[in-house]
Design a protein around this ligand. Sequence first.
Ligand SMILES: NC(=O)c1ccc[n+]([C@@H]2O[C@H](COP(=O)([O-])OP(=O)(O)OC[C@H]3O[C@@H](n4cnc5c(N)ncnc54)[C@H](O)[C@@H]3O)[C@@H](O)[C@H]2O)c1
Length: 339
Amino acid sequence: MSERAVCVTGGAGFVGAFLSRRLWQEGWHVSVLDCCGPEDGALVADLLGHPRFRFVRGDATVRRDVEDAAAGAEVIFHLASVVGVGTTIGDPVRTIRNNIDSMLHVLEVARRQKSKVVFSSSADVYGILDKVPLNEDDDNLYAGPHVRRWVYARVKSLEEQLCFEYHRRYGLPTVVVRYFNSYGYGMDYDSPRRVIPLFVKSILEGRPLEVVGDGNQTRSFCYIDDMVQGTILASEVRGAVGEVFNIGNDEEISILELARKMLAIAEELGMAKGLGWRHVSSGQLYGEEFEDIQRRVPGLAKSRRVLGYQPRIPLDEGLRRTLRAYRDHGVPQPAGVAG
Ligand SMILES: NC(=O)c1ccc[n+]([C@@H]2O[C@H](COP(=O)([O-])OP(=O)(O)OC[C@H]3O[C@@H](n4cnc5c(N)ncnc54)[C@H](O)[C@@H]3O)[C@@H](O)[C@H]2O)c1
């Protein structure tokens, strides 16, 4: 068992909670910084009070909160972010301020105490680039700043650049991981911004699934355990420093096919019967400013080669695990089941 410490900003969120748990299970001292209070942090609720687990309720845009949470950390995993295109369209100024301020504090604190930084970016940085698969050195393609749809991509891209610049200029060890859609038990259920949580919510509420457009657009989905594995590998592999890696699963599926698959699994698990689906416009679901993309598949050659990353959980298996957890435990509650 290691006596070494890490800090996870945004560690009460979906990916951060699973990452924190995994690091804690591996013997690390884990310090979580999140502005949501521990009473809201359902996914880490059972870790509270453990000697190797510390929850700092604070704001990553406040330097002393980052200093407090990250004190002594070998690695700072920076996941705190305003998340999701719908939310960011709603408040671009808050999105920019929250993400840029917190990224700068994390980098400065890391520089002072010589920590490594692993930054969680997003596949959204590729924008509307019409290419399959998307590779790390591909261009970013999106409209100018008057189109609010792309504020999330733009700010994540700028955060990436800050990581690269701190590496180049100060020799700070930074690694960027670009996540493609993750899913699992505990993802954003109350205000779902992503398709799998939306479908799960409809199944649990006994409503037809809402398929955007004709449903022929495709995505690739990565089970949370694989996302966490890729993130940890990025922190461990020496050759990863100064680099960016796609982390996801390259199994591609259309949204309509996903709906059919989830309904079939839900029926098999006794959670739904004959719900079906209905088609809606993206505007109905995400607002008129939303611009959908047709395909998004991660190129994983670099992650496989440099990190030894390999997603292990096929979509069928991951969806079954996820739906079964919702059937058996219900929606995670503040003091409820974790993990
Ligand atoms: N889940 C995915 O599929 C996915 C895809 C692409 C990128 N990402 C990135 O991965 C990271 C984690 O995503 P997630 O899905 O777990 O999101 P999430 O919303 O579940 O978690 C984000 C957490 O950050 C916290 N936070 C936000 N601003 C903060 C601040 N200033 N100070 C302290 N805490 C703050 C929130 O309270 C929340 O708990 C984010 O950076 C996101 O952009 C995730």
